[in-house]
Design a protein around this ligand. Structure first.
Ligand SMILES: Nc1nc2c(ncn2[C@@H]2O[C@H](COP(=O)(O)OP(=O)(O)OP(=O)(O)O)[C@@H](O)[C@H]2O)c(=O)[nH]1
Ligand SMILES: [Mg+2]
Length: 558
C-alpha cells in the first residue's frame, strides 16, 4: 500500500505542527544556506556520514538563530468591517388595576425599558482586530416590555467593543429610524393641515349659505369632495389594547407625542475616531432606543382609561470600518530577508519568525526594548523622568513595485506610518545598498501619497449632500459643498518628514565592506545637502542620516 503522506508533506510537518516537534532533539541548522529546514528524516538519519560533514560549518541554533519552528504566531487582522445595532426600546404596557370590588381600576401599565448602547474602548492588551473581523454584527440588548402594576421593563444590556490602541474607526453608513420617522411625521402633518383647511372652507361655505341662502350647492359640493381624514401622524407609534371593541376603536383619539428628553444623545454623523491612546472610559457609538410609555402617561380628564401605550423606539444601525495602525516608536522597513526580524529578536524578547528566505514574516510583530527594568533605581527619581521602554514594529518585507501590489503589497506600511522614527534595514550582501535604500523610499513615498489621496477623497465624499428632504431620490439632487481645491499635489511629506536612519546588516559576509562605504558616503552627502532625500520629496528630513553596521546578528551580534 502506498504511504498516505508523501515525503514532501512530511518535510512541512514541523511548520504546520511546531508543538509536535518541539520535544525532539534540536538539529543544528545551516544559518545562511537556503537548505531545507530540520526535518524528521534528518533526525532519524543522524548517524549518516554525509550529515556530519555539513554540520561542521553550521551555526548552532540559538535564540537569534532559531530553528524554523521556534516562533510564536497569533491570529492577526488589521482591518474589520462591522455592523453595530443599538438595542431597541421595549414597548409600554396597557394595564389596569384589578381588585375585588373595584370594577374599573386605574391604568397601571409600566414603561418599556430603554435599549442598550454600543460603546468602543481602546485598551492595553488587545493587539489585533481578528475577533471583530470574525463577528461582523454586534448588537446591544433590547429593552424589555413594561408590565402591569407599574413595573417598568428592564434596560437592554450595553455592549463595549474593545479594540487595540491605534485603531481608527470610521462610520460608513447609518440607518437611524428616528430620522425616517421625522420625515414621515412631517409628511403626515402636512396632509393633516391640508385636510383641516378643506374642512374649514366647507364649514365657512355652509355657514355662508345658511346666512344668505345662496351658494348652498357649493357648500354641498365641498362637503362631498372632502377626502377621508388622514391617519394620525403618530399612529404607528402606538400599541393598542387587543381587547378593544370596534366602537372603542372608532372613537379612539390618540394624543400628540411630544419630544422626549434623552439620557444619551446619538453621536453626530459621521463618526471618525482615532484611538491612539487608551480610552479612560468607553466612547458612545450608538445610543439605544427609548422605551415606550405605559398607559398611565395618557390619563386625562377626558380619557380616564387609555387603551393604548407607545412602542419602544427602533434601534439605530451603523456600519463601521476599523483599521488598526500599530503604534510603535521605531518602524523597521526593509527588503525581504534583510534581517529585520533577527534584529527585533536581538533587541527585544519578541519571538518573531526568522528564516533564510524571502517573506518569512507575514504579519507585523511588535517588540519592546526595556531600558529600565526598575532595578537599582533611586526611589526619588530626577525630573523629567527618563524613558523606560520603547517599542519597535517589524513588518513584512517590501519589494520594488510593492505599490503595484507586488510581493505582499504596501498595506503593511500603515503599521510604521505613525512610528516616530523609521529604521531602514538593508542587507549589505544583497547588491547595491544605495539602490535598495532608494527603492524602499520610493515605495514608502508612494504609500504616503496614496494615503493622502484617500484621505482627501474621503473628506470630499463626506461633504456630499442631497438636496430635498431625502424622501424622493428621483427629484433629489446631489450637492457638493464648496471644497477648497487642494493647494498642491499629494507629496507624502508626512512620512518623509520623519527622522530616519539605516541599519546595514550582514556586514560579516565577504565583499560587503565596499557596499557599506558607498552607502555611508551617500548618506553623508544627503546630510550635507549634496544629494536630495532618497524619496525626492522636498523639505524631507535630512538632518543627520546615519548608518549603523551590524555584524553577524544571527549568531553573535556585534
Ligand atoms: N550573516 C548574517 N546573517 C544574518 C544577519 N542578520 C540576519 N541574518 C540572517 O538572514 C536571514 C533572514 O533574516 P530575517 O530576520 O528572517 O529577515 P527579514 O528581514 O525579517 O525577512 P522577511 O521577514 O522575509 O522580510 C536569517 O537566516 C538570518 O539568520 C547578519 O547580521 N549576518
Ligand atoms: Mg521578518
Amino acid at each position: 500500500m502506498p504511504p498516505r503522506c508523501s515525503p514532501a508533506s512530511a518535510l512541512f510537518l514541523p511548520f504546520l505542527y511546531p508543538t509536535l516537534f518541539r520535544s525532539l532533539p534540536r538539529v543544528p541548522r545551516a544559518g545562511l544556506s537556503t537548505s531545507a529546514p530540520a526535518s524528521t528524516s534528518i533526525v532519524e538519519n543522524g548517524s549518516d556520514g554525509t550529515e556530519s560533514s555539513t554540520t561542521s560549518e553550521e551555526i548552532p541554533v540559538s535564540r537569534l538563530n532559531p530553528s524554523p519552528d521556534d516562533y510564536s504566531i497569533s491570529s492577526f487582522a488589521d482591518k474589520a468591517k462591522i455592523t453595530i445595532l443599538a438595542g431597541g426600546g421595549g414597548h409600554g404596557c396597557i394595564s389596569f388595576l384589578r381588585e375585588a370590588f373595584m370594577a374599573d381600576g386605574p391604568a397601571n401599565g409600566g414603561d418599556g425599558g430603554h435599549g442598550g448602547n454600543v460603546y468602543i474602548q481602546a485598551v492595553h492588551g488587545e493587539n489585533s482586530l481578528h475577533n471583530l473581523a470574525r463577528r461582523p454584527i454586534i448588537r446591544a440588548g433590547r429593552g424589555k416590555t413594561g408590565q402591569g402594576s407599574n413595573r417598568g421593563g428592564a434596560r437592554g444590556e450595553d455592549i463595549t467593543i474593545q479594540v487595540p490602541i491605534g485603531t481608527v474607526v470610521r462610520e460608513i453608513e447609518r440607518i437611524d429610524p428616528k430620522v425616517e420617522e421625522n420625515i414621515l411625521y412631517r409628511e403626515a402633518r402636512a396632509k393633516e393641515r391640508e385636510h383641516a383647511k378643506l374642512v374649514r372652507e366647507a364649514e365657512a361655505a355652509a355657514q355662508a349659505s345658511e346666512e344668505t341662502g345662496v351658494g348652498e350647492s357649493e357648500a354641498l359640493q365641498l362637503n362631498i369632495d372632502l377626502p377621508e381624514p388622514p391617519e394620525h401622524p403618530n399612529a404607528h407609534n402606538f400599541v393598542l389594547y387587543p381587547g378593544m371593541s370596534s366602537g372603542e376603536r372608532r372613537n379612539l383619539s390618540l394624543p400628540r407625542l411630544s419630544n422626549r428628553e434623552r439620557l444619551f444623545a446619538q453621536p453626530e454623523p459621521s463618526i471618525h475616531l482615532d484611538l491612539s491612546v487608551a480610552s479612560p472610559r468607553p466612547i458612545l457609538l450608538a445610543a439605544g432606543g427609548l422605551g415606550g410609555l405605559g398607559n398611565p402617561h395618557f390619563v386625562s380628564k377626558d380619557r380616564p382609561r387609555p387603551l393604548f401605550a407607545t412602542k419602544g423606539e427602533r434601534a439605530v444601525r451603523m456600519q463601521l470600518e476599523l483599521e488598526l495602525k500599530l503604534l510603535a516608536d521605531v518602524g523597521f522597513v526593509g527588503l525581504p530577508n534583510a534581517g529585520k526580524s533577527t534584529l527585533l529578536r536581538a533587541l527585544t524578547r519578541s519571538r518573531a519568525r526568522v528564516g533564510n528566505w524571502a517573506f518569512t514574516t507575514l504579519q507585523p510583530n511588535i517588540g519592546t526594548v526595556v531600558l529600565d527594568n526598575h532595578k537599582g533605581r533611586p526611589i526619588i527619581g530626577e525630573a523629567p523622568e527618563p524613558r523606560k521602554r520603547f517599542t519597535i514594529a517589524d513588518i513584512p518585507g517590501l519589494i520594488e513595485g510593492a505599490h503595484l501590489d507586488r510581493g505582499l503589497g504596501i498595506e503593511f506600511l500603515r503599521h510604521v506610518e505613525r512610528a516616530g522614527v523609521l529604521a531602514f534595514v538593508i542587507d549589505l550582501s544583497a547588491g547595491d545598498a544605495v539602490k535598495a535604500l532608494k527603492s524602499l523610499w520610493t515605495e514608502v513615498s508612494m504609500y504616503a501619497r496614496m494615503r493622502e489621496d484617500e484621505e482627501r477623497e474621503r473628506e470630499a465624499s463626506e461633504r456630499i449632500d442631497w438636496q430635498g428632504d431625502g424622501t424622493d431620490f428621483a427629484t433629489g439632487r446631489m450637492m457638493v459643498a464648496d471644497l477648497p481645491e487642494p493647494a498642491t499635489e499629494p507629496t507624502g511629506l508626512y512620512i518623509a518628514a520623519k527622522p530616519w536612519f539605516v541599519i546595514a546588516t550582514k556586514g560579516d559576509l565577504p565583499g560587503t565592506e565596499e557596499n557599506f562605504h558607498k552607502l555611508k558616503e551617500y548618506l553623508d552627502a544627503i546630510t550635507d545637502g549634496q544629494e536630495p532625500h532618497p524619496s525626492n520629496v522636498e523639505h524631507a528630513w535630512t538632518e543627520d542620516c546615519v548608518v549603523i553596521p551590524m555584524i553577524n546578528i544571527g549568531n553573535d551580534m556585534k
